[in-house]
Design a binder for this molecule. Sequence first.
Ligand code: ADP
Ligand code: MG
Length: 274
Amino acid sequence: MIGETSLACAKISEDPAADLPLLDVQGLTKYYGERLGCAKVDCQLWPGEVLAIVGESGSGKSTLLNVLSTQLLPTSGTVNYRMRDGEMREIFSLSEAERRFLMRTDWGFVHQDPRDGLRMRVSAGANVGERLMGVGERHYGRIRGAAADWLDRVEIEPDRIDDQPLAFSGGMRQRLQIARNLVSSPRLVFMDEPTGGLDVSVQARLLDLLRGLVRELALAVVIVTHDLAVARLLSDRIMVMRAGRLVETGLTDQVLDDPAEPYTQLLVSSVLQV
Ligand code: ADP
Ligand code: MG
């Protein structure tokens, strides 16, 4: 244990950018015409940290996630991202090519509906392999090998590698989407209700799997969920949103066990229908 701790410290101190966040969000605001999506959100995400965005339906969770992941443009505000070379860059000031490169190499996005994140009519192996090709891998044997390895890690039988996701159950599709996202070793993964569309028993297993992978890979994750049990299981820190605004943020256990804001107290006591 002691050895592990000192090793971790040594690693951190070797990294010149260790005291910089991975994401630094300032005043992020998104209007859809007149309608508010989210307003004046400030937050930071640290390497290896899992941040859950919670709140009732319509509170702006998906809006915030979609702006952070550059799928939507903000009305105002900035998002600085620490690139692999340590430099902080404002993501909306990047060129389209740079932004696409980032999405292909450094980032992942796990959609609630796996159909949005998979190619349904190409094989499971190709779904995973395609992401590797996106980061420059060209060797067929290595791509196939890595795809097989990742299918195994997400508990998909090896003999399904040539099957299309169309033939998979919802839980298998979601596990495949996770493999497709993680095979390229991203540093940051966005997830929007990744267990939302699944049966309760399937959800529990997927959550276990996700938790193991996130820890093992020391992934930084921004996860949107209306399910506080999911936030409890996966996240280090929570941001509570209401009507597009951030109402409370803190360590997960602290926010859930001892919420400071009356709104969070209602949310935690399940008085609110979320
Ligand atoms: P959540 O994910 O927490 O349910 P959303 O981010 O989807 O919340 O929505 C936040 C607010 O923005 C809601 O009032 C919603 O109606 C509105 N909204 C979301 N998407 C759009 C859109 N494409 N056009 C107009 N309004 C939208
Ligand atoms: Mg949503």
